[in-house]
Design a protein. Structure first.
Length: 164
């Protein structure tokens, strides 16, 4: 028995909606959606909270895990001392060490690149969460931590501005 025109339109519309909903579940949101970040930081570190606030502003949920033993957290995640900072975050399958700009975290999540994560070693003045009242910002690099232990430069920044 053939379907009338209205029934065919409703079936096509339902199929389009179903495909759109399925696509939204597979493709991460540019703003991180409601992606949760597990943030490991010292209870006394304010700049880590400032970085987390910037991630929340981009649509992430932040689960704060306070610890007095960050060395153990870095060791658990295999982060060598030269690539450490004041905090470590886990988002999806990635680690994010230090004051990585939110835009780079979002790019990594969208790309699905098979790497360990990103790091901004140390605590560069002007990086996200390390902003100064006078606007001073030192240049710094965002580094990619490869799965095999290799490290490579991803981007140069000054403050929240990408330079390359």
């Amino acid at each position: 028995m053939p379907l009338d025109k209205r029934s065919r339109i409703l079936i096509v519309a339902a199929a389009v909606v179903a495909i759109a909903v399925a696509a939204m579940m597979v493709v991460p949101s540019a703003a991180g959606g409601s992606q949760t970040i597990a943030l490991y930081k010292s209870p006394t570190c304010g700049c880590c909270g400032d970085w987390a606030d910037q991630m929340v502003a981009q649509g992430f949920d932040v689960d704060n895990n306070l610890t007095v033993n960050m060395a153990a957290v870095f060791a658990e995640h295999g982060i060598p001392p030269e690539f450490q900072s004041c905090h470590l975050a886990v988002v999806g399958d990635y680690v994010v060490v230090g004051h990585v700009p939110p835009a780079e975290v979002i790019r990594l999540l969208e790309s699905g690149e098979p790497v360990k994560g990103l790091t901004v070693p140390g605590m560069p003045i002007g990086s996200p969460g390390m902003e100064m009242p006078d606007g001073r910002a030192d240049p710094y690099q965002v580094l990619v931590l490869d799965q095999d232990g290799g490290v490579r430069a991803l981007a140069r920044y000054q403050g929240n501005t990408r330079l390359d």
